[in-house]
Design a protein around this ligand. Structure first.
Ligand SMILES: NC(=O)c1ccc[n+]([C@@H]2O[C@H](COP(=O)([O-])OP(=O)(O)OC[C@H]3O[C@@H](n4cnc5c(N)ncnc54)[C@H](OP(=O)(O)O)[C@@H]3O)[C@@H](O)[C@H]2O)c1
Length: 333
């Protein structure tokens, strides 16, 4: 039986749909009843037979940071896809991210070892791969450096990976994927999908920072291929293309038939803006619109290589332009 954590999130829900088209039994965890409707919405992008697919999943209410709730979840499990995480650039979420991403992964790992599972697939992030040296292209070999100005999310995703490597030392076969920014349908008001909503609503600004992007269908394809392969104890960067935020924003606006963002924002402007946003958040107690590290990421220039997965699995990525067109088609107008 397969276990999916984070099945009520972007990656996990798309993964669950794919798994329901295959024959193995599936178990997934959830925390709130409402989040199950979001999974059904994701299934609706693939099929009209939503209930038929959804009913193939055994749902157990559990939290990865709560050991007693997780113990029954592992009964009879042979494969685990660990997608659950807290994703945030807000420094105030750092403690919670340590708890969910590092401690939660340690619990998943300990229970996986105890259950003697066959294989664990962990969704990491390019944020947990070491930075470029002299602007060179980043590969899986780039070393993490504690001395870099790493943001809380990156630190906790790196810490989570360390827990997964511990599982490999305890005899569990593991594969880690490190995706770039994931573009996919659904969850329109959270995470990376919020980009589509912002551009649809006429977001005016863009930066020329560059990073790696990938469609969610490719993330899921790589995860399942790796899980069903002989590959073990390896990590793989998953990036279809390295693109500027400007190009991505323009492509999304074009696909919606909306006006392209017109105002280029320079690093000094974001540096000023995140400080103002921080002050406002102190007064209003609301989430800041921008944080120091999200401002920095908007201007950072990083190129990632996905040669390793291409060679290992003969993997072909979908062009980002096509991913964007499909996501825009699914957007609820
Ligand atoms: N989106 C991206 O651009 C991106 C890029 C690179 C890597 N990643 C990684 O990909 C993975 C999935 O990301 P995503 O975009 O799908 O995130 P998401 O949409 O925010 O989903 C996060 C999932 O984790 C679950 N979760 C959070 N805390 C939990 C806890 N304490 N116990 C159990 N479940 C918990 C959430 O459950 P609830 O529904 O109950 O909140 C949700 O199912 C993460 O590991 C993330 O770090 C994402």
């Amino acid at each position: 039986m397969i276990l999916v954590t984070g099945g009520t999130g972007l990656v996990g829900a798309h993964l669950l749909y794919k798994l329901t088209t295959e024959n193995e039994k599936i178990r997934a965890i959830y925390r709130a009843q409402e989040s199950l409707d979001k999974v059904k919405e994701i299934f609706s992008f693939y099929t009209s037979e939503i209930t038929q697919h959804f009913s193939k999943i055994e749902w157990i209410k559990a939290d990865i940071t709560d050991i007693p709730s997780m113990i029954p979840v592992f009964i009879g499990i042979k494969k685990v896809y660990h997608c659950a995480a807290l994703v945030s650039f807000n420094p105030k979420d750092y403690r919670e991210m340590r708890k969910v991403n590092i401690h939660g992964t340690a619990i998943v790992v300990n229970l996986a070892i105890d259950a003697k599972i066959d294989k664990l697939c962990f969704v990491g992030s390019i944020a947990a791969v070491g930075n470029a040296i002299n602007g060179e292209i980043i590969t899986e070999e780039n070393e993490w450096n504690d001395e870099d100005d790493n943001h809380g999310y990156a630190i906790t995703k790196f810490g989570a990976e360390m827990e997964v490597w511990r599982a490999s030392q305890e005899g569990i076969n593991v594969v880690i994927v490190n995706p770039g920014v994931i573009l996919g349908s659904g969850f329109w008001n959270t995470g990376s999908s919020k980009l589509f909503t912002q551009i649809y609503n006429g977001f005016k600004f863009y930066t020329e920072g560059i990073t790696g992007f990938i469609g969610v269908k490719d993330v899921v394809k790589a995860m399942t291929l790796l899980m069903n392969s002989e590959v073990k104890n390896e990590r793989f960067i998953l990036v279809s293309e390295n693109k500027s935020f400007k190009d991505i924003f323009f492509s999304i606006a074009d696909a919606f038939g909306k006006k392209r963002p017109s105002q280029k924002i320079n690093p000094w402007q974001t540096a000023l803006f995140w400080r103002v946003a921080w002050l406002i958040s102190l007064i209003t107690r609301k989430e800041p619109l921008l944080t120091k590290h999200s401002a920095k990421s908007a201007h950072g220039v990083s190129y990632y290589s996905a040669e390793k997965i291409k060679k290992a699995l003969n993997f072909n990525f979908e062009k980002i332009e096509n991913v964007i067109k499909r996501v825009v088609k699914n957007y609820p107008l």
